[in-house]
Write a protein that binds this ligand. Structure first.
Ligand code: BGC
Length: 737
């Protein structure tokens, strides 16, 4: 067996080493004597192994595979066990196709609902993305298939994706856009990471030494391979120097020649090439596929796709307990072409060739009757179809309208102009809501949409892009065979313009300015106290949960929080218990609260459980760009536990002491509260002895002047009538120690 080490690498010819750092073709690495080539394939929502190896656009068919739900739906499960099991199944499916490294999951954040790849992203929140991403990666890798985590980093729009510069401040970069990569890299140790197309603050990601080497390897300890997205390399030599290992798919012989020449001409240090070649070889060696190929039980995988989807769908609204529709004697009007032609997967690299699509129409219960209602290839109403739908609704006990986007609408490579459903669908929903008391809307969409009719319909079920078992899974939830337990991993604004990033999204061809900084998603809406259509973390059940007995205790290095949750309804159900931290201690811009923990619990009717959270220092930290440190400030916090970001059931104060206490350095620019905050006894003695305390005390005691006094630095106290000689005396005493 070949031992892969630097000695082995040095034994290869220069051309062989150069060949290793570029793809042999669209999907394979090169191979060298003693180490077989390995294959990559897309497939965050099912394996996409192209029939035609040269097809990277997904224009031709790929080999048949089970289409699982997209990440937007999977994330709504908030269920790490489920994601881990999903990873195992996906890994097994990849292994069966001789795939060594699977490209995905994508852990980029959902910053704005217009972004074309939102359906592939997990959440607007880095904790949710990081934890679910970790479970996903661990699952796949436990099945013997490596992961290339993508797209590193700050990829949040598709327009001009190969050249656009994501311009983001350091705090938002660390707290939001890198935090989930950091989590997955450290906790799941993916085989590889895929660098993104875009530039970051002007520097192409493929040449971004700070990110690819400084942060990823030196800070986070990543030891795997860095590969490029397909076509992300601008300058291969510069990329290798910056820390990229493998260019994909590469330019064939030309890429190899470039590298050979660069080494010969002294433009590329041979050590840099050897280092990259070694990392590529390591992946080829560690994730080599055994000759024996396991078989895939498509039927079992289809059932699993159904379970995944049903466990993740989000019941957004359910007035008067309209759902579940579990009375066989009551008739149901099923309306909307999406019931017959469901939108169940995105296009681009997520697209698979499904084995067995079960539409909502095919899976609908016996007492249901279908009317098309609208045409997916039009946005204006078809009067005949509308009349038919209205007539059917009138003679039915319940109406279920399938609404959303046509197949192909959600795709990588393009962004959207609005987040509205086609007019013909919005109009039809409004019309049916006006004539019927029992109207449920089932949504098939990849990201947040507007719902002008939300106040008029009875129930709303968000099914996102549910995979090939869309029909069965949807009816499982609608009929109550599965009690819904999904929660929104993204906020649904009332209007697109409510999202702060809308102001800058696609405003400039060359750059995307992240001026909203850390205020992404609920971090913005909740701080702004803006009405949202449905908040982050929201999702209903057919049962109810009561929260009680919040306990908060600071331990040596962590804060322990416990709360009791009880199922007070008459059905078994699952609840996602969410923990938010309110930071009132730090004097920097802070969101109203931030999600710092979540646990999904499963409870029988009447059953209660205690949920425990261990919050580490990082849960209280913000990123201080001035000294490049995560900073947890001691002081006042609030711990909130609840059912969504807007449904906080329990709250308790916390005086944090495990962090750091402010230690102001006293100068002429210091304020009186700096003196108060100083733990230095010299400062306190000087305050007394100089007479400064006596001079300012009356002004601090006077309600009319206290605020003004607190806002004057020492050198300006003279304007409040304090003798400057006293101030100087104080400063001299402090300086002399
Ligand atoms: C996409 C990647 C994908 C790759 C290979 C690129 O265009 O951005 O997500 O893995 O193609 O298909």
């Amino acid at each position: 067996m070949t031992t892969i080490d630097m000695h082995f690498v040095q034994g290869l010819t220069l051309a062989e080493r150069a060949a290793l750092v570029t793809g042999a073709d669209f999907w394979y690495t090169a191979q060298v004597p003693g180490v077989e080539r390995v294959m990559f394939a897309d497939g965050p929502a099912g394996i996409r192994k192209p029939n035609n190896a040269q097809d990277t656009m997904g224009l031709t068919e790929s080999e048949p595979a089970v289409a699982f739900p997209s990440a937007a739906l999977l994330a709504s499960s908030f269920d790490e066990d489920l994601l881990h099991r999903y990873g195992q199944q996906l890994g097994a499916a990849a292994a069966a196709k001789q795939v060594s490294v699977l490209l995905g999951p994508e852990v980029n954040l959902k910053r704005n609902p217009l972004a074309g790849r939102n359906f592939e992203y997990l959440s607007e929140d880095p904790l949710v993305t990081g934890r679910l991403g970790t479970a996903f990666v661990k699952g796949v890798q436990s099945a013997g298939v490596g992961i290339a985590l993508k797209h590193f980093a700050v990829t949040n729009r598709e327009s001009h994706r190969y050249t656009v510069s994501s311009n983001v401040d350091e705090r938002a970069l660390r707290e939001l856009y890198l935090a989930q990569f950091e989590k997955v890299v450290k906790a799941a140790r993916p085989a590889a990471i895929m660098c993104a197309y875009n530039r970051l603050n002007g520097v192409p990601m493929s040449e971004n030494q700070r990110l690819l080497t400084g942060i990823l390897r030196d800070e986070w300890g990543f030891t795997g391979m860095v590969m490029s997205d397909w076509g992300a390399v601008v300058d291969h030599v510069a990329a290798l120097k910056a820390g990229l290992d493998l260019e994909m798919p590469g330019k064939g012989a030309q890429s190899v020649a470039e590298i050979v020449q660069a080494v010969k001409a002294g433009r590329l240090d041979e050590m840099a090439l050897n280092r990259a070649a070694l990392r590529v070889l390591q992946v080829m060696h560690d994730w080599a596929r055994p000759a024996q190929t396991p078989t895939v039980d498509f039927a079992a995988k289809h059932q699993f796709a159904r379970e995944l989807a049903a466990q993740s769908m989000v019941l957004l609204q359910n007035w008067d307990e309209e759902l579940p529709l579990d009375q066989p004697a009551e008739s149901i009007a099923v309306i909307g072409e999406l019931a017959a032609h469901p939108h169940f997967m995105g296009r681009g690299s997520s697209q698979v060739n499904p084995t067995h699509v079960v539409t909502p129409l095919a899976a609908m219960p016996k007492q249901a009757t279908y009317a098309q209602g609208y045409r997916l290839d039009q946005t204006t109403a078809d009067p005949t179809l509308v009349d038919e739908a209205v007539a059917l609704a009138k003679r039915s006990d319940h109406v279920v309208i399938f609404a959303g986007y046509p197949d192909g609408y959600e795709s990588e490579g393009l962004d959207h102009d609005d987040i509205n459903l086609p007019d013909n669908q919005n109009e039809l929903i409004a019309q049916l809501a006006a004539i019927h008391q029992h109207v449920t809307v089932v949504l098939q969409n990849g990201a947040a949409i507007t719902m002008p009719w939300a106040g008029d319909v009875t129930a709303i079920l968000e099914s996102y892009l549910a995979g090939e078992a869309v029909g069965e899974a949807t009816w499982d939830v609608l009929t109550g065979a599965v009690n819904p337990s999904g929660k929104l991993a993204e906020s649904f604004p009332v209007y697109l313009g409510d999202n702060p990033a809308t102001l800058f999204f696609n405003a400039d061809a060359e750059k995307e300015d992240y001026r909203e900084g850390i205020f992404v998603g609920y971090r913005y809406y909740d701080t702004k106290e803006l009405e949202v259509r449905f908040p982050f973390g929201h999702g209903m059940s057919y049962t109810d949960f009561a929260y009680d007995d919040l306990q908060v205790e600071e331990l040596a290095d962590t804060v322990k929080v416990t709360a009791t949750v009880k199922n007070i309804g008459d059905r078994a159900g699952k609840e996602v218990v969410q923990l938010y931290v309110v930071n009132e201690a730090s004097w920097v811009a802070m969101p109203a609260h931030e999600l710092r923990g979540f646990e999904k619990v499963s409870l029988a009717p009447g059953e209660a459980t205690t949920v425990t959270f261990e919050l580490d220092r990082r849960a209280f930290s913000w990123y201080n760009a001035a000294n490049e440190q995560w900073q947890a400030d001691n002081g006042h916090y609030e711990i909130q536990v609840g059912s969504s970001s807007r449904d906080i059931r329990l709250q308790a104060p916390l005086e944090l002491t495990l962090g750091q206490t402010r230690q102001p350095v006293i100068t002429a620019d210091s304020y009186l509260d700096d003196i108060e905050a100083s733990a230095d006894p010299v400062v306190q003695i000087a305050f007394e002895q100089s007479g400064l305390k006596a001079a300012v005390q009356p002004l601090l005691d006077n309600p009319a002047t206290v605020k003004i006094m607190e806002n004057l630095p020492l050198r300006v106290l003279v304007t409040a009538g304090v003798d400057d000689a006293i101030v100087q005396k104080f400063l001299n005493l402090v300086l002399c120690g």
